[in-house]
Design a protein around this ligand. Structure first.
Ligand SMILES: Nc1ncnc2c1ncn2[C@@H]1O[C@H](COP(=O)(O)OP(=O)(O)OP(=O)(O)O)[C@@H](O)[C@H]1O
Ligand SMILES: [Mg+2]
Length: 263
């Protein structure tokens, strides 16, 4: 592992029904991510992106292969240790209890509190600062269960940031967001990587957003890696045909390349 590497997987395999069933969702996935990268995972629906991200956060236990966080095998880390290193923002989140938004965000501080201790002033101000940074401070006293899907997404990002993680994992962070908030969230996360050296690993669908905000991109197709490279090398008609079986054109506008579907 080189000194900049914060996460590495080696030959990762996973199946929801046990590998012996022969139905693997992840089939020997290997990649490494360096500190401060924005590493995006693209691939068709059902290709295993969510499953992969859940393995990286220890929510699912890989059945074969290894995951290293900094230099340590994830299996050697406690749940609390993982939560100080990795924060995970899920694709879908169904709230159960009617907590206030501020209570939800301050839960991000749990990995730093001793058992049964209540969050203190410092924890509250961290939570408020993170709500402000995602433009959601006005929601702080609302019930989390009564938010829109997009508002929930912003609050969950604020909660994840309150964990003060080394790696922020986001599963389709723009899925429920309106046009403005999609750009805002992607700017925030790429800004955190540039300014604070936070490492971002996220799944997404839009090749243009991936191209604009990622340092590197990995395609996942039927549980296998189908290319890892910088956006300029990997977001093009050839790869998109191979991964999604669609035809695309590339146009140049304001000095940037944009991918559009061919009609
Ligand atoms: N809890 C589960 N039990 C059994 N099979 C599952 C479970 N969750 C996902 N799968 C299956 O695993 C495969 C990969 O699913 P996954 O959610 O990882 O895909 P994805 O790439 O995130 O898709 P999407 O782009 O639609 O979010 C799919 O075939 C799915 O049906
Ligand atoms: Mg998914």
């Amino acid at each position: 592992m080189n000194s900049k590497e914060v996460l590495r997987t080696e030959n990762l395999s996973f199946s929801y029904s046990g590998l012996k069933s022969g139905i693997s969702v992840l089939k020997g996935v290997s990649f490494a991510v360096e500190r401060g990268e924005v590493f995006s995972v693209l691939g068709p629906n059902g290709s295993g992106k969510t499953t992969l991200l859940k393995c990286l956060d220890g929510i699912l236990k890989q059945e074969k292969g290894r995951i290293f966080i900094e230099e340590r095998d994830i299996r050697e880390l406690s749940v609390r240790e993982i939560a100080r290193k990795i924060a995970y923002v899920p694709q879908l989140h169904k709230p159960v209890f009617p907590y206030s938004v501020l209570e939800v965000v301050v839960m991000g501080r749990n990995p730093y509190l001793s058992p049964f201790a209540r969050p203190g002033k410092n924890d509250m101000s961290i939570a408020i600062g993170n709500l402000e940074s995602v433009g959601a401070l006005h929601l702080k006293d609302k019930l989390y269960t009564e938010l829109s899907g997009g508002e929930m997404q912003l609050v969950l990002i604020a909660r994840a940031l309150s964990q003060n993680p080394l790696i922020l994992i986001l599963d389709e962070p723009t899925a429920h967001l309106d046009f403005k908030n999609q750009i805002m969230v992607l700017k925030i996360v790429s800004g955190l990587s540039k300014d604070k050296g936070l490492t971002i690993i996220m799944s997404m669908h839009d090749p243009n957003y991936a191209m604009l905000y990622s340092t590197r991109i990995m395609y996942l197709v039927k549980g296998k890696t189908s290319g890892i490279d910088t956006p300029d090398k990997i977001i093009n008609s050839k790869y998109l045909r191979r991964v999604y079986d669609i035809e695309t054109d590339t146009v140049k506008l304001n000095g940037k390349r944009w991918i559009i579907p061919s009609y």
